[in-house]
Design a binder for this molecule. Structure first.
Ligand code: SF4
Length: 222
């Protein structure tokens, strides 16, 4: 059963931000590259860079997997790409090619073995990869971002003292069998975190303000 609080938040966030056009990204390497770069570059940098990138070897997963990280960084740096984005894209491309060579479909593999495939990566990179596959591949794994944690605890949906491993599960269960896609919801909360719910919350202007109860926000030392 869907969590009514999350559905109410989704409704407000959809009205404020609109919906992502998930079909632009879904189930393709091109979509994965686009989604990743859109989130790393500023809107204007991305708009300027994308026509050239779209026609380049970056859209060939084989070529990216065959390249070295250094070559990929050298190629993407003039467009604003950084080492973290390069590391994540390169790691996914190599893994993607391995799946293809084993006769597997990468997005199906991600559903069954994402955690074991990326267990050696840093938590930051694992969250990034979960985020990417949640949007691009419809993976039912919620990326545990700082923004989601803040919003959930400040609204008392969760406690600041809950085990952080329980946070993704809260969103996964709360949106199960609901019309709201997990990846779309995660992107909304990341956006609201960037725009309003940072270390110093700007509740008065925030689209989620109507969901605060009479006692207001909950902070960790309460
Ligand atoms: S800024 Fe305030 S209203 Fe907005 S999500 Fe954070 S706690 Fe909620």
């Amino acid at each position: 059963m869907a969590d009514e609080r999350l559905l109410a938040a989704a409704d407000l966030l959809q009205r404020h931000y609109g919906r992502l056009d998930l079909d632009v990204y879904r189930d393709s390497w091109a979509g994965l590259v686009r989604f990743t770069l859109e989130r790393q570059l500023s809107q204007s940098k991305f708009a300027k860079a994308w026509p050239e990138l779209e026609a380049s070897w970056l859209l060939s997963v084989e070529d990216v997997a065959r390249s070295t990280r250094g070559e990929l960084l050298e190629f993407l740096q003039p467009f604003g790409g950084n080492a973290t984005t390069v590391a994540v894209l390169h790691r996914i491309a190599v893994w993607w090619q391995q799946q293809v060579e084993h006769g597997l479909t990468p997005f199906e593999s991600a559903h069954s073995n994402l955690e074991s495939a990326w267990s050696e990566l840093s938590q930051h990179d694992r969250i990034w990869i979960t985020r990417i596959f949640c949007v691009i591949g419809g993976l039912q794994k919620y990326p545990l971002t700082r923004a989601s944690w803040r919003v959930a605890c400040r609204h008392r949906w969760l406690s600041w003292y809950d085990d952080s491993d329980e946070i993704p599960e809260f969103f996964e269960q709360g949106l199960r069998d609901s019309p709201v896609e997990l990846g779309q919801f995660a992107e909304w909360l990341i956006q609201v975190g960037d725009d309003y719910c940072g270390p110093k919350p700007k509740c008065a202007a925030c689209p989620l303000q109507p969901l605060l109860g009479p006692s207001g926000i909950c902070e960790p030392d309460e």
